[in-house]
Design a protein around this ligand. Structure first.
Ligand SMILES: Cc1cc2nc3c(=O)[nH]c(=O)nc-3n(C[C@H](O)[C@H](O)[C@H](O)COP(=O)(O)O)c2cc1C
Length: 329
């Protein structure tokens, strides 16, 4: 029987399939289901700096108590923030006590402040790694791409220097030179890069003429960006392992990501659509593929088709359709 285990960021995973941060990683019950189905690791639902700061401010204003307190609103904001962090710690603690697979805590931060200290706290509660979910929207036309990149690198460097544990950064794909960004992030000493997060996409409801969320789940045709950039960059990175993400809806796509050089893949939508049983099905299909090809371990084929290892590696750089329609070739 082929061995489908892998190593990601130095963590031993029994399967390359990681349950990505999302609605199915916010309760202990679901985390256990993910492990029972055969996930190699789980990434807890992110704790969101932005949301909590907003809620903490609102809770504090709504609380008449703070008027009677000798301290100011900041005191209540901090208490409210602690409430959210405590809830997160309870989930993390429960997951660490009842699961055998690695548990990765996820923090969505916009700034470098107490949030990085919370990450350190999650590590002290036993989180096997931290995944920072960083996705700025470059909507201010007055801010150059150079500045957007600089903020990302500054963020990664500070996070790396302050967080003493395994650290991954989950990024989006909207940078002008992705290869430069990925390479420089690797140089900051990160252990993992998750390529790529799929952002929330606003849409318009034509009946109500309101802005609303488009379908939150991905489709199976959305994996192309992650596949290309995993293939282009995986062999160039000195330290960071790549976990491919977005649009991985089948064992076949997961295998493609591994062939391109990902050490693991993160999945969310496919489980939301089909339930946790799809994980064991995909694990079985990965094993069947390996058996068919004669691979005994995932290391036998991880990176086999990465740009640097593949004789026609330039195929990964191709962007134009050269043949004319109807040419038949
Ligand atoms: C409803 C929903 C909630 C999500 N919440 C988070 C989150 O809290 N943190 C995070 O890093 N990613 C979050 N994600 C993104 C997923 O982890 C994943 O990156 C994305 O869905 C792409 O993977 P997929 O194509 O397998 O779904 C969420 C996705 C969905 C659909």
């Amino acid at each position: 029987m082929p061995d489908i285990s892998t190593k990601y960021m130095g963590l031993d995973l029994s399967s390359p399939l990681i349950m990505a941060s999302g609605p199915l990683t916010s309760s202990l019950d679901d985390l256990k289901k993910a492990e029972d189905a055969g996930c190699g690791a789980v990434v807890l639902k992110s704790i969101f700096e932005e949301q909590i700061e907003k809620d903490a401010g609102r809770d504090a204003s709504a609380s008449g108590d703070y008027l009677m307190h000798s301290d100011n609103q900041e005191y209540f904001e901090a208490m409210s923030r602690d409430y959210y962090v405590d809830r997160y710690l309870t989930l993390l603690d429960g997951a660490k006590k009842s699961l055998g697979i690695p548990v990765i805590a996820s923090v969505n931060c916009k700034s470098v402040n107490t949030w990085l200290e919370y990450s350190q706290r999650f590590l002290s509660y036993g989180a096997d790694a931290i995944e920072l979910n960083y996705f700025p929207i470059a909507s201010n036309a007055g801010v150059s791409g150079e500045k957007v990149d600089k903020e990302l690198f500054d963020f990664a460097k500070t996070a790396r220097s302050r967080i003493e544990g395994k650290l991954a950064l989950k990024i989006g794909s909207f940078y002008s030179s992705l290869s430069n960004v990925i390479k420089r992030l690797d140089e900051t000493g990160l252990d993992g890069l998750v390529l790529f997060n799929r952002p929330f996409r606003p849409d318009i409801d034509l009946k109500t003429l309101e802005v609303r969320s488009s379908a939150p789940v991905s489709s199976e045709s959305e994996y192309g960006m992650s596949l290309r950039w995993t293939a282009l960059m995986s062999a160039e990175l000195r330290r960071a392992d790549i976990a491919a993400n977005t649009g991985i809806h089948s064992a076949g796509t997961a295998i493609k990501m591994l062939l391109a050089g990902a050490k693991a893949v993160e999945v969310c939508s496919v489980v939301m659509k089909n339930g946790f049983s799809v994980i064991s099905k995909m694990n079985g299909e990965i094993a069947s593929f390996m058996e068919e090809k004669g691979y005994l371990a995932t290391s036998d084929f991880i990176g086999l088709l990465a740009e640097e290892n593949y004789e026609r590696g330039d195929a990964w750089e191709r962007v134009q359709f050269l043949k004319t329609i109807g040419s038949g070739k």
